[in-house]
Design a protein. Structure first.
Length: 101
């Protein structure tokens, strides 16, 4: 039986650590979308993913923009141009859905 490569294990640990660090922000953003759109968690996550794909911004950064905008706090993790693009896409893809019901 082959032993796992220590470099691969380190990379996996790093990826899992990063995922655990960003999950609370993503969950907060999902909750905000669920409240605004009266949708379930899967639909809210799909909306986050769609904004991420259309803006080519990582999912956790999209979540950070949503949470910071909702809490009216200063956003430090994302540059202003990226935050502006994400907010525009949120208005189109998430908030726009509020007015289509």
């Amino acid at each position: 039986m082959d032993r796992p490569d220590p470099a691969d294990l380190q990379a996996t640990i790093g990826n899992l650590t990063a995922a655990l660090a960003t999950q609370p922000m993503i969950d907060q953003a999902k909750g905000m979308i669920m409240m605004l759109r009266s949708c379930d968690a899967d639909t809210a996550f799909a909306a986050l993913r769609e904004v991420s794909q259309h803006t080519q911004v990582e999912l956790h950064d999209v979540a950070a923009v949503i949470v910071a905008s909702g809490a009216r706090t200063t956003l430090t993790a994302v540059d202003e141009d990226t935050a502006r693009r994400v907010r525009q896409e949120i208005r189109l893809r998430i908030l726009g859905a509020l007015y289509e019901k």
